[in-house]
Design a protein around this ligand. Structure first.
Ligand code: ADP
Ligand code: MG
Length: 240
């Protein structure tokens, strides 16, 4: 469903992604791990055209995400993204944060958008917070609103960039539970996280990235128990 072919990206003379090849099948959950600065966020950003690749192609089924004539908004509708820093509009309620995109991008009527937003809030366990402003919500609740907002666009794929790393363990859990439900629903996901419980329970594959290259990729058990590369082993030891 998602094909990344020989993707390269530099910032100045720093090569951040150096020939990334990765395929994610429909319904699979690929967990990306790797040291800080290894290029994980850059790769996710390339996937939904927040960053342009220097070389290589990315395909979502038949759509060439990286093609110059592909509209980034089309890509972002089909590939939803949830960020580490919870980027809700602070002057809008949880519901309005969701209906905004539905009205603007999907052209829904006010009523249709409201209906959809409430359904997504319910899906993430926040049916009773539709009228709350971000300042009235916990970090975990805000992150769940962010997930609901992305889901409301009916994406084919969801990207998560360290969605829990700014949260206390307790609040992380409520976000991880919502993500686990998405896994169970068969959502195709690419997740950058160091939450190894999620990776063990939810991932179809783990990709270990270092210095802009895929060092190793495999099923969770294999990578955790029997990493081929010493560098992978050291990394997992460091986050255990
Ligand atoms: P990770 O998410 O694995 O920590 P990033 O993809 O955020 O890694 O960053 C990889 C490298 O690219 C880092 O050295 C970072 O400083 C650099 N980088 C990321 N974004 C930019 C940018 N917009 N401009 C310049 N350098 C960047
Ligand atoms: Mg990052």
């Amino acid at each position: 469903m998602l094909r990344i072919e020989d993707v390269w990206k530099s910032y100045g003379d720093e090569e951040v992604l150096r020939g990334i090849d990765l395929t994610v099948d429909r319904g699979d959950v690929e967990v990306l791990v790797g040291p800080s600065g290894s290029g994980k966020s850059t790769l996710l950003r390339c996937l939904n055209r927040l960053t342009e690749v220097d070389q290589g192609q990315i395909y979502l089924e038949d759509l060439e995400v990286t093609a110059a004539d592909t509209n980034p908004d089309t890509v972002r509708q089909q590939i939803g993204m949830v960020f580490q820093d919870i980027n809700l509009f602070t002057h809008l309620t949880a519901r309005k944060n969701i209906t905004l995109g539905l009205r603007k991008v999907r052209g829904m009527s006010a009523e249709e958008a409201r209906h959809r937003a409430d359904a997504e809030l319910e899906r993430v366990g926040l049916a009773d917070q539709a009228e709350s402003y971000p300042a009235q919500l916990s970090g975990g609740q805000k992150q769940r609103v962010g997930i609901a907002r992305a889901l409301a666009m009916d994406p084919e794929v969801m990207l998560f960039d360290e969605p829990t790393s700014a949260l206390d363990p307790e609040l992380s859990n409520e976000v991880l539970e919502v993500m686990a439900e998405l896994v169970a629903d068969g959502m195709t996901m690419v997740v950058v996280t160091h939450e190894m419980r999620f990776a063990r329970g939810g991932a179809s594959g783990i990709t270990f990235l270092a210095d802009g290259e895929i060092v190793e990729r495999g099923p969770p058990d294999e990578l955790f128990e029997n990493p081929t590369h010493e560098r992978t082993e050291r990394f997992f030891e460091s986050i255990r």
